[in-house]
Design a protein around this ligand. Sequence first.
Ligand SMILES: [Zn+2]
Length: 329
Amino acid sequence: MGRLVCGPAGTKSMKGAKQTTLRDQIAVSGVGVHSGLPVTLTLNPAGDDKGIVFRRVAADGSIEREIRADVRAVTATEFATVLGDASGPICSTAEHLLAALRGLHVDNVIVEIDGPEVPIMDGSAAAFVDAIDQAGLTARAQPRRYIEVIKPVRVSKDGAVGELRPYQHGFRVEAEIEFDHPMIGKQALALDIEPNIFRHEIARARTFGFMRDVAKLWSAGYALGANFDNTLVVSEDRVLNPEGLRFADEFVRHKVLDAIGDLALAGQPLLATYRTIRGGHKLNHAVLSALMADPTAWRVVEAAAEPARRTRGYAAAGMAAAAYAPEVS
Ligand SMILES: [Zn+2]
């Protein structure tokens, strides 16, 4: 059987979905926001069940280290999500790329990177979305497998609350932020994350930071590559970037973007609602870790082969019955 092409990433419904990968290799170059180092990232097609794999490559193209993007591979969550293993970090600031891959339903990909940090580009996921759309997606043989949340899991930490709840229709994010700042204040957004919603409502929302924190960040070795081209910078009473905001509520939209990226580390797409109040990378990681640690809170389900012919109960979400028990060690 020939390959089924999905056209510009993910216009297909999740019902009956096959796993996808890129049709072509595509490269993106930029600098790391924290390291300030130049880096080239190459997205490569990958086979079924490979997941999202990060591969550090040397200047001559040889493979130095490789790691599957997974919650257990998170080595730090200060200001960015860092992936690594026992011998140290492999790739920092992975969340915006992860959000683009998950937001556009790219299941399998090998991300080759020749530096320690994913390039920040314009501070949003837009450049990664453009790259994925340019490469295009191909549906493969195996059905997509989801992690279905079957019991609420909640974490509260330092005034922040994160909760995953059952939601059979896909992945939904309900985010709320509150900053004592005239440009931000209280913002809330709730969206079902489908590729076109991600592309138009979330992907372009940029990283933000406060001018008052810059000196502190720099002295701690963070944000060395940050500038007005890749970070929304907020002073006491205004946004300093000359072009202003892309959305009136760009701040909460970026929090949704970060949450999608951080929760992509479930390793498979989630069937769940994620509610986050005053959250960040640390909270996202804590909630996902709590979910994974409770094998009674989730199960793996496969997308039904032909949802239109399924009985009514299955057709609601296009899901077959649980195919696998949780793998928790
Ligand atoms: Zn971010």
